[in-house]
Design a protein around this ligand. Structure first.
Ligand SMILES: NC(=O)c1ccc[n+]([C@@H]2O[C@H](COP(=O)([O-])OP(=O)(O)OC[C@H]3O[C@@H](n4cnc5c(N)ncnc54)[C@H](OP(=O)(O)O)[C@@H]3O)[C@@H](O)[C@H]2O)c1
Length: 311
């Protein structure tokens, strides 16, 4: 089969579009014929060797998958050949930047029927991240005020939609390129972080601050002062420590997305009921994944890009 792999860590040039053995599902696993995989910023970190995720080389990137079940390993129940599925794959295992991938059966859930199967690859890890940040780490409730810094990206898009649906009042940042999608996601207040100081724009305290943006420790600490006593600061960006304030009872939570098929199933249901929009910024053939990594490294990728095997 065709796959993109890296045999050593490094820049985008270490990625090779090449022939690789078709994987065979073991006990509790299924093989998926890939319809789409997603590009995530962490793919660049893993390829570069910056993330503490122990991959075996050569490694196939792409831990988000959508596709069709193609073969069953021993002991698999509840899935059949031909089922359309979506999943967040174990990050250290070979991923879905290939024609086929092997996945733990319990990582897969039925794909949303409302959107093209390939596009559904853009949902799992970012949808789970948004959900876990808001409702597990943030314990967000109806009526609370939420500030999302960095809402212009894929995680932010889902976070805003899920929070609004949960009855929160959402203040979100967006540069001009993201304003329309953040507005469509339902944010009640939008702050253009390229022209306006967020500190000036958010005068009233918020219950939950969710940071998704690459900001400095100083800027993050200043923002955390806008969280009410007893509130919470949640971050998905471990490069900068998440500031809390023990004296004021402000919790600090740095999250790492974890697999959760039950929550993923609920997220898929929201897509199918029309309550959650999946926004795909672009679709590229598998052979162009190395070029996509190079564009991402140059800061030229905005929004969720899905990678599609073409053979
Ligand atoms: N910890 C985890 O498990 C986990 C899981 C998933 C993602 N992540 C991380 O979470 C972050 C968000 O994910 P993503 O996929 O949505 O990333 P992304 O595509 O990089 O989106 C982040 C958005 O932040 C906005 N931004 C950039 N600089 C900003 C600034 N100075 N102030 C305010 N906003 C700014 C940009 O939108 P505009 O400029 O258009 O406003 C950008 O699109 C990334 O760092 C990603 O690596 C972590």
């Amino acid at each position: 089969m065709k796959a993109v792999r890296f045999h050593q860590t490094g820049g985008p040039e270490v990625l090779r579009y090449e022939d690789a053995p078709q994987p065979v599902p073991g006990t509790g696993q299924v093989r998926v014929r890939v319809a789409g995989s997603a590009f995530n910023p962490a793919d660049g970190g893993m390829r570069g060797g910056f993330l503490p995720i122990p991959v075996t080389l050569p490694h196939v990137p792409g831990y988000d998958v959508s596709g069709t079940v193609d073969a069953l390993g021993d002991g698999v129940e509840g899935l059949a050949v031909g089922d359309a599925v979506v999943g967040f794959l174990p990050m250290a295992a070979d991923g879905a930047a290939a024609e086929y991938v092997v996945a733990p059966a319990d990582a897969l859930v039925p794909a949303p029927a409302r959107i093209p199967l390939a596009d559904a690859a853009g949902l799992p890890s970012v949808g789970l991240t948004a959900w876990q940040a808001l409702f597990e780490a943030g314990r967000l409730e109806a009526g609370q005020r939420l500030l999302v810094n960095g809402a212009g990206g894929p995680v932010g898009g889902y976070a805003v939609q899920l929070a609004v649906r949960a009855g929160a009042h959402v203040i979100a940042t967006a540069s001009p390129r993201s304003t329309e999608s953040v507005r469509a996601a339902g944010a009640q207040e939008i702050v253009d972080h390229t022209t306006t100081s967020l500190l000036d724009a958010v005068a009233e305290p918020v219950d939950v601050l969710l940071n998704l943006a690459p900001i400095t420790a100083e800027a993050f600490t200043a923002l955390a002062a806008r969280v009410r006593d007893g509130g919470v600061v949640v971050s998905t960006t471990p490069m900068v420590a998440t500031p809390g304030d023990e004296a004021r009872g402000v919790r600090a939570e740095t999250i790492f997305v974890h697999p959760d098929a039950d929550v993923l199933r609920r997220i898929v249901d929201l897509v199918d009921s029309g309550d959650l929009r999946v926004e795909i910024a672009g679709r590229v053939p598998l052979s162009e994944l190395p070029a996509l990594h190079a564009r991402a490294e140059a800061g030229q990728v905005h929004g969720k890009v899905v990678v599609v095997p073409t053979a």
